[in-house]
Design a protein around this ligand. Structure first.
Ligand SMILES: C[S@@+](CC[C@H](N)C(=O)[O-])C[C@H]1O[C@@H](n2cnc3c(N)ncnc32)[C@H](O)[C@@H]1O
Length: 473
């Protein structure tokens, strides 16, 4: 009989987990650690671990520090909302919250989490009970078949849902038994009439998809076999989804009691769109603070790493949908821009031009796989930073600040102090450089891209993380 593995895997706190680098500069004592780790214990935040998410406590500290006497008419914007850490923490203080998130799965998580305080816990509890009973009934034959080594395809009832047609993976994403269990869970959840409860239940399924699959985060999505792990032949899918739903229920009870003190409730809007278009969507001088962490210049592929969630929850239907999201992604990806015409910066910043020229000159014999391709990526990234600087200048109220969590990178062996350049770009856009707080003076990470450092050699450069604070005059 095949062994039954029910693994409880978590995403890494960040994608930045490949090499250790030491540093001498001291981190800020004003703000608590920006890493996502603590969120795994915190109500609401623990629902979906997110790659490179930041901590709720860090957001709370920023709000305290920069808006100490704020009234409840405050509006907070996160242009790279991820799974909604900024939005939830702002709402908890009674602040109106606005998020932009280009990845449909993260946007769903942001929307569902932040608005979850409006869910009636009793109605949700009743739905959980129905789900548990139905799901156990529909999947019990699968466990019996598994125990006897029988083919799960012969088990009744047949699920109505089908695996997403255009989802491909190198090795079967789920074992046959796990796949049928997931399909049964999707059937039941899709029948839930109340939209908000249906969406939260879909999110619960999304949160366990990779844990029960033959893939894991290493930190990119990799087949378990390639990572030296056993495949998952069977798993307690229903138990795991139920446990997540119950935790969600408990958190909603807490969240509602926190929100009761606000009349009326603060509002939340999540746009599943690129924040580079913010000027077409929000009025000028609309927000009191921006708190965010954009994608780093490390080519971490958020879209590829959430392909299972996007396809299995019907958030995309084919690879053309994925390409559209990739094109909208901040800074794009090296794969997307490496073979485009040598790009130009859309603004003048001599120090940055020097760094980019130095990268472009590295490994010319490798063509687009050498410095030229990587320089294209860096140029695209900083052009988007410039567009974002202009957006901040447009959307911030006078005297309001934008706090951007950023890290430096090493590309082709050359350090790029992304935070410093971002601050200078902000100044070119008419913003004041208020501060750069060191959050983590020593960061481990895959911000070392296509560099000798990846091969174990050292450049003596330290990876760090800072909060860049820009103020609108
Ligand atoms: C570092 S993560 C933010 C994590 C977030 N602070 C949290 O705690 O969940 C960056 C996010 O930016 C999103 N993103 C990338 N390009 C974007 C764009 N043009 N507009 C809006 N969001 C974008 C990515 O999908 C990713 O979720």
């Amino acid at each position: 009989m095949a062994s039954q593995l029910t693994l409880n895997l978590e995403l890494p706190d960040s994608p930045l987990m490949t090499s250790n680098v030491s540093s001498t500069s001291a981190p800020s004592v004003i703000f608590r650690d920006s890493a996502f780790e603590q969120n795994k214990q915190d109500a609401i935040h623990r629902w979906i671990p997110w790659i490179a998410g930041f901590s709720a406590r860090f957001v709370a500290d920023i709000l305290d520090y920069y808006l100490p006497n704020a009234s409840h008419t405050v509006r907070v914007l996160d242009p790279f909302a991820g799974v909604g850490t900024t939005l939830v923490e702002s709402l908890r203080r009674g602040y109106h919250s606005i998020g932009f998130e280009v990845n449909p799965f993260a946007a769903l998580a942001s929307r569902v989490k932040s608005s979850a305080f409006t869910i009636d816990p009793q109605e949700f509890w009743n739905t959980i009970s129905v789900f548990e009973n139905e799901a156990r009934q529909r999947t019990s034959a699968l466990d019996r078949a598994f125990a006897h080594g029988d083919d799960p395809a012969h088990c009744l009832p047949e699920p109505t849902s089908r695996p997403p047609m255009n989802f491909r993976s190198r090795v079967p994403f789920f074992s046959p038994t796990v796949e049928r269990k997931i399909l049964h869970c999707l059937d039941i959840v899709r029948e839930i009439p109340q939209t908000q409860i249906r969406e939260i239940a879909l999110l619960a399924i999304g949160s366990i998809l990779v844990q029960v699959s033959n893939y894991s985060y290493e930190p990119s999505l990799t087949s378990r076999m390639a990572a030296g792990k056993e495949n998952i032949l069977n798993a307690d899918v229903v138990g795991m989804v139920s446990a997540k739903l119950r935790a969600m229920h408990d958190d909603i009870v807490i969240y509602r009691s926190e929100m009761e003190k606000f009349t009326p409730y603060p509002t939340v809007e999540v746009f599943n769109r690129s924040s580079l278009h913010v000027q077409h969507i929000l009025p000028a001088e609309h927000v009191d603070i921006v708190i965010t962490s954009p994608p780093y210049l490390n080519n971490y592929h958020y879209i590829r790493n959430t392909r299972p969630h996007l396809f299995w929850l019907n958030l995309v239907s084919d690879s053309a949908d994925l390409r559209t999201i990739e094109q909208a992604n901040f800074g794009k990806y090296w794969q997307t821009v490496r073979d485009s015409q040598p790009a130009q910066l859309t603004f003048r910043l001599p120090a940055l031009e020097e760094v980019i020229d130095a990268i472009a000159a590295r490994n010319p014999e490798k063509g687009i796989y050498g410095g030229r391709g990587w320089a294209n990526y860096a140029i695209t990234y900083f052009n988007d930073c410039y567009q974002m600087g202009r957006n901040l200048q447009y959307v911030l109220k006078p005297q309001a600040v934008a706090v951007f969590v950023l890290g430096n990178s090493i590309m082709q062996g050359i350090e790029i102090p992304t935070d410093q350049f971002f601050a200078e770009i902000g100044q070119l856009c008419g913003l004041q450089r208020e501060a750069i707080h060191v959050l983590r003076a020593k960061r481990v990470g895959n911000s070392i891209i296509n560099s000798s450092v990846r091969n174990g050699q050292t450049t003596g450069v330290t990876l760090y993380e800072t909060a860049v604070v820009l103020r609108k005059p």
